[in-house]
Design a protein around this ligand. Structure first.
Ligand code: DGL
Length: 272
């Protein structure tokens, strides 16, 4: 008789500094409709994007300890800042299969590459780490990678101002940096940016492809689960549980905006 690998039914962990990572969860749910997920949003400590690498590593480590106790079969670091500054450290410390959002977007960008010019936008900490530039080098690609921080995008998106003329002005001002670079793709290196993708695309040539972390990491995770034979192909009732370290103002509004539905099954967990 065939034995079923018990890992097939185990949930997948996904974490972010707050609620922005729900954009990544949304993509994962679409690509892996039979999987169960545990989403951890460190809402008491958000934003990570302006904090030091040491602090983000400390928070991320505690979240990994949380997932270890919940027997997740893999963990996705949805937060670009945590992926950029903490992934290498966490990968060495934990045996659990771990997915960052930097590597798959760089791999995808190389795959669709027509020229060697690529743009990346993200938080201050992500851009300061140069994680994307380093990843292109690590993969043996001599690309011209221009990384630009866009710190005003997160508050604009959280205010729900993505379709306003103010947002368009701000997007134009930041992206003006790429004017002379002839980039072939722009990596959206922050959980929030997919929400503003239309505004971002509207100020760029439509030949420039926007790369979404949720999709690239989702495809990589899916391949991994299939190869390891631990994908859940028959789960008729996948569950999603949410854990947050705080209930900030506008929690429901933001949660619904990023995930596209009301958040159910939400538990508070003391700050890690
Ligand atoms: N989740 C963060 C990221 O993707 C954005 C919000 C923050 O600064 O914590 O970099």
């Amino acid at each position: 008789m065939e034995t079923i690998n018990p890992l097939k039914k185990s949930p997948i962990g996904i974490f972010d500094s707050g609620l922005g990572g729900l954009t990544v969860l949304k993509s994962l749910e679409k690509l892996l409709p039979n999987e169960s997920f545990i989403y951890f949003g460190d809402t008491a400590h958000v934003p990570y994007g302006s904090k030091s690498a040491e602090t983000v590593i400390r928070y991320s480590k505690s979240i990994m300890d949380f997932f270890m106790k919940h027997y997740t079969k893999a963990v996705v670091i949805a937060c670009n800042t945590a992926s950029a500054v903490a992934y290498d450290y966490l990968k060495k410390m934990y045996t659990i299969p771990l997915f960052d959002v930097v590597t798959p977007s760089v791999e995808y960008s190389i795959k669709i590459s027509k020229s060697k010019n690529v743009g990346v936008i993200g938080t201050y900490s992500t851009i300061k780490s140069k994680a994307y530039t380093k990843m292109f080098k690590k993969l043996g690609r001599d690309y011209k990678v221009k990384e630009v921080p866009c710190p005003l995008f997160v508050p604009l998106i959280e205010e729900g101002w993505v379709d306003t003329s103010i947002a368009k002005n701000i997007v134009e001002t930041y992206l003006n940096e790429f004017q002379h670079d002839n980039i072939q793709s722009l990596i959206l290196g922050c959980t929030h940016y997919p929400i503003m993708a239309n505004t971002i695309q509207s100020v760029l040539s439509n030949k420039i492809e926007l790369i979404h972390s949720g999709k690239t990491v989702g495809n990589k995770l899916k391949d991994f689960l299939i190869k390891q034979n631990i994908e859940n192909s028959i789960n008729s009732e996948p569950s999603v549980k949410f854990y947050v370290t705080d209930f900030p103002q506008k929690f429901d509004e933001l949660g619904s905006r990023f995930l596209g539905r009301h958040l159910k099954n939400v538990s508070h967990i003391n700050s890690v």
